[in-house]
Design a protein around this ligand. Structure first.
Ligand code: NAD
Length: 298
């Protein structure tokens, strides 16, 4: 099977460097017309410049591909809408959105200001919401869409000093889960990648010998698959350094008790049973989880 993106139009946010650049190059190499969006600021989100995005466009064009640079901040709804309208006018459709732009403001929670929290949440969560909202109706109307969210091991499992980032990143899994349901009828598939790669975001977090094995090109195969014609929906894939795993939000079988037994003491006494992972499931929807809670699937 060959995965092709001929005649597809893709927007990759934060594609002026790191992972976004690798995704943009690979999509373009496989035939997509690519919008290389990047605010061009520093790691903590300050400053802006179009030069990083333009450099990636130049690379794509030099390799025979088609691309345009865009410097909109994903947090600026008006600028994102303008970008989308321009792309639609120029290339007629928008098939793929990769929500990749991100910043870091790492601090322990005790030192983290509300502003540090808001800024990080704003770029990762609201940036993805704003970009997705801007293409959603177009994708529904054309009955084709592929959207990729970017979570992180921090969102899925936690990491010291990243309360803001972890909260924003897991929120994107929640966003995916409902959009995958709402998009299904319209062939709009929504997935999430949890990357691990050597970029400016991680350059001081991992030892050089590890970083050398973890270039962004080791994540790109999963990202590209998750926005292809063959893409699943509602999948979370961890990728980096040759490893590819799938993450799930699981539910234990738990217990179901009569009204007279519903006490904190019952929970304490049966906590091991509630936590037992034997026969755990992955509910398709929140409603399916509710059915389990009511004892319907036991
Ligand atoms: P990076 O800093 O190289 O890339 C992020 C890009 O987003 C930058 O080019 C930056 O200019 C751009 N950006 C920031 N704010 C923006 C805004 N408001 N509008 C538009 N563009 C903006 O880092 P990266 O590692 O390539 O990160 C890409 C994504 O992957 C991020 O969402 C990050 O949280 C996620 N991630 C990375 C790793 C990793 O190991 N590198 C791990 C988990 C998650």
């Amino acid at each position: 099977m060959t995965i092709s993106f001929a005649d597809r139009v893709a927007i990759v946010t934060g594609a002026g460097g790191g992972l976004g650049r690798a995704y943009a190059l690979e999509l373009a190499r496989r035939g997509a017309k690519v919008v290389v969006n990047d605010l061009g600021g520093s790691r903590d989100g300050t400053g802006s410049s179009l030069s990083a995005a333009q450099a990636v466009v130049d690379e794509i064009v030099a390799a025979g591909g088609e691309a345009m640079a865009n410097g909109a901040s994903v947090t600026d709804a008006a600028a994102v809408e303008k970008m989308v309208a321009f792309v639609k006018e120029r290339w007629g459709r928008i098939d793929i959105l990769v929500n990749n732009a991100g910043i870091l403001r790492d601090k322990t929670f005790v030192k983290m200001t509300i502003e540090d929290f808001r800024q990080v949440t704003d770029v990762h969560l609201m940036g993805s919401v704003i970009c997705t909202k801007a293409v959603w109706e177009i994708m529904r109307e054309q009955a084709y869409g592929r959207i990729l969210m970017t979570t992180s091991s921090t969102g899925l499992y936690g990491n010291f000093g990243q309360a803001n980032y972890g909260a924003a990143k897991l929120a994107l899994v929640g966003l995916m889960k409902t959009l995958a349901l709402e998009g299904a009828k319209y062939n709009v598939k929504v997935n999430t990648i949890a990357p691990l790669a050597a970029t400016r975001m991680t350059e001081d977090l991992m030892p050089p010998e590890l970083l050398a094995k973890m270039g962004p090109e080791t994540v790109a195969p999963a990202a590209v698959y998750l926005v292809s014609d063959e893409a699943p929906t509602n999948a979370i894939i961890n990728a980096g350094g040759g490893g590819f795993e799938r993450a799930y939000v699981t539910l234990t079988r738990g217990i179901h008790v009569a009204a007279e037994d519903m006490s904190a003491e019952t929970i304490a006494a049966r906590f091991d049973e509630i936590s037992d992972r034997t026969g755990e499931i992955v509910p398709d929807t929140g409603a399916a989880q509710g059915a389990v809670a009511l004892g319907g699937q036991r």
